[in-house]
Design a protein around this ligand. Structure first.
Ligand code: GCW
Length: 665
């Protein structure tokens, strides 16, 4: 507008202005690095809807491949979604049996180009470890995202088709092939006919990228949406209601994936409300979906008080149902027995459900790992999980997404790496955290080794650093009452259930710290296979990273380092603080290799992280010291706050961005 006004005012000046403006626009589009691009090469034109998946693969290569011409070849007999890339004598070929295999092959080739690893002769054969590689979005119909830290939903609040297409492209580039579009705390309206039209619209955008849609459903939908008097899974009218609803969905979306269900957990309705089992509930839905090849992903995240130890409850509820589920039901189990804590041993359900398909639920969004403020690369945590739970025992992998409508998608530039890592590990759980970090850094920033080498190390160490300053040595659930961001090991509230308070988990007293889950305590160890049970049961063989998860550890217990347990705890917290500061220092040295926009945004967040690390250390050590009555060792940095100051401190949880100390009481 302004521009045209100038035009009328003065022609010559205006020509100079217009050149200047054009130059600015050009430089902005070429040099602006706001994180929107993710790890991808520049966007293709996206004519997928007209040209199909194969056409899309060709578009991507045409737009972004800089080498010799590539032949895309249909080849019989290869694994579904797999591909082969060969280069010999100047001939480059991507072959696959399916179109989506060709698309994945094209993206892999572009990845090789971006990471400068294209060979003159190559023979790369790839196939995914899991058939289902799914993102779970905890997005609500009003556009808010439960435990989301990157703005609002891309699906439900004024959705923009082009944004959804870019999201699909990013997923396809790392092999993600499913998306659950709404929160597991599902509203009955999810299945209304109006809403299903929007789901169809989204499904049509995702389909060309090989992505199927799924929905979380509310088990009481027959009552709340259908007006029936009951949602009892054995009631005839309920069975008919679900069957009709499912048929309606498939008329709109013939390749609809199925349902994800959170039932009888944290106040959500479920079959147990009618005296029916989880299996009866899941099977009823599975029967409705079966004729359409749809599946039910039934969550095991329940903690009914069937045992005084929350860590044992899901197992006790689900293990006895092993073998009772229909074959299109998959039990979706969180990686740990409690709830996405910074570090948990694996959930023993994974090794005890022998006749039921099981899938892992990992959390990409950093609910308990610093939200979108802390740089926490999660691949090492997921690798730790896959090192104990044999990948082949799983049927599928799901990740709770960290995607929102922020310019950079995930709130923190480095949180994108967790989306990326999830996709890569769901494709191949044997990839190392280091490989993934390297790949991601090179594609997202630069191939310059002066950047990639130190930053790979930083990313790989970040997980341990965060665990150290938050909850080392097996501590868990020491979070504040109103949020899962900062520390409040002292938190309690009148009438609150005890397993929602940190004291339930830390059990600090004058003797020591930790939850006795050995055979001398709640015997949660007995839910593991014998070799691990024995390992965890004995305080002397239990890995120290899980020590207070399984044992109430005496303050003077001798650790492997030779220190007492109390001294070791102080050291771990201090290591965490030093680690967080080190990350900031390394990043500061990266200035020459990073555009100024992302450089200063990441720097700002690393400063918050380093301050938060001090907050965690001081709050936890000063509080636990009231039980240990032991001094903080000389050779660690001493708290710079008082406990009462820590206890009065409140953070603004709308953005978690208040400077941690002294400003907001
Ligand atoms: O981790 C807890 C979260 C809840 C979440 C729940 C779940 C969607 O704090 O926000 O609800 O787990 O996984 O169902």
């Amino acid at each position: 507008m302004t521009y045209y006004v100038i035009l009328l005012m003065n022609k010559n000046r205006c020509i100079r202005h217009s050149f200047f403006l054009l130059f600015c626009l050009f430089s902005l589009s070429v040099f602006a690095e706001d994180g929107r691009r993710l790890w991808l090469p520049n966007p293709s034109e996206g004519k997928a809807d007209v040209s199909g998946i194969r056409g899309l693969a060709m578009d991507e290569l045409r737009a972004n491949w800089q080498g010799a011409p590539v032949e895309l070849k249909r080849q019989k007999g290869m694994p579904k979604e797999g591909y082969r890339i060969t280069a010999t004598g100047g001939r480059l070929q991507v072959s696959a049996t399916t179109d989506v295999g060709l698309l994945y092959g094209a993206y892999h080739l572009l990845r090789l180009q971006q990471t400068e690893t294209v060979g003159e002769t190559m023979d790369v054969v790839e196939q995914p470890a899991y058939e289902l590689r799914i993102l779970d979005h905890w997005d609500n119909p009003d556009g808010t995202i439960e435990r989301g830290f990157s703005g609002h939903s891309i699906f439900w609040e004024k959705p923009n088709g082009e944004v959804i297409r870019q999201y699909a492209r990013a997923n396809a580039s790392i092999g993600i092939n499913g998306a659950v579009l709404n929160n597991v705390n599902a509203k009955p309206q999810t299945l209304s006919s109006d809403n299903l039209k929007q789901v169809k619209w989204i499904a049509d955008i995702l389909r060309p990228y090989g992505i199927r849609v799924y929905l979380s459903v509310n088990f009481a939908s027959p009552i709340r949406l259908g007006g029936l008097p009951t949602a009892d899974p054995l009631d005839k009218s309920v069975i008919v209601w679900w069957k009709k609803k499912v048929d309606e969905i498939y008329r709109l979306i013939p390749d609809f994936g199925g349902f994800l269900v959170k039932a009888n957990s944290e106040g959500e309705p479920g079959p147990c409300d009618y005296g029916r089992s989880h299996a009866e509930g899941a099977n009823m839905l599975a029967k409705a979906l079966k004729p359409h090849k749809g599946i039910v992903m039934w969550r095991t995240f329940v903690y009914a008080p069937n045992d005084p130890d929350r860590a044992k409850q899901a197992y006790k509820e689900f293990q006895p149902l092993d073998g009772q589920f229909l074959d299109n039901v998959i039990l979706q189990v969180k990686n740990g027995p409690i709830d996405f804590q910074p570090r948990e041993p694996y959930s023993p359900l994974f090794t005890s459900l022998k006749s039921t398909p099981v899938m892992a639920e990992l959390q990409i969004t950093q609910e308990y790992l610093g939200a979108a403020n802390h740089l926490t690369f999660l691949a090492p945590m997921w690798q730790e999980f896959f090192s104990l739970v044999e990948p082949s025992t799983l049927k599928a992998v799901a990740g709770v997404a960290n995607v929102g409508n922020n310019v950079n998608w995930c709130g923190h530039h480095f949180a994108q790496a967790n989306w990326y890592a999830f996709g890569r590990l769901a494709w191949n759980p044997k990839l190392t955290a280091e490989t993934i970090a390297r790949e991601w850094l090179a594609q997202t920033f630069t191939n310059d080794r002066r950047f990639v080498d130190p930053m790979t190390e930083l990313m790989v160490q970040s997980y341990e650093t965060v665990v150290n300053y938050m909850m080392p040595l097996g501590l868990h659930h020491q979070f504040a009452g109103g949020h899962h961001y900062g520390p409040e090991p002292w938190y309690t509230a009148p009438g609150i259930r005890s397993d929602w308070t940190p004291a339930y988990y830390h059990r600090a007293d004058s003797l020591g710290l930790g939850f006795e889950r050995s055979s001398r305590g709640t015997d949660a160890v007995s839910q593991y296979p014998p070799s691990l049970r024995d390992l965890y049961d004995d305080i002397h063989t239990c890995p120290e990273k899980y020590l207070v998860w399984f044992h109430h550890v005496p303050w003077d217990y001798k650790m492997q380092s030779g220190r007492t347990f109390w001294d070791e705890l102080c050291h771990k917290y201090d290591e965490g603080v030093r680690g967080a500061r080190h990350m900031l220092a390394v990043w500061d040295g990266m200035m020459p290799y990073v555009d100024s926009e992302r450089f200063s945004e990441v720097q700002r967040k690393l400063r918050i992280q380093a301050r938060d690390a001090v907050w965690w250390r001081d709050a936890c050590l000063l509080y636990f010291q009231t039980f240990s009555h032991r001094p903080i060792p000389q050779d660690v940095e001493h708290p710079v706050h008082n406990l009462d100051e820590m206890m009065r401190f409140r953070i603004n949880i709308t953005n978690y961005e208040n400077p941690p100390f002294g400003y907001s009481r």
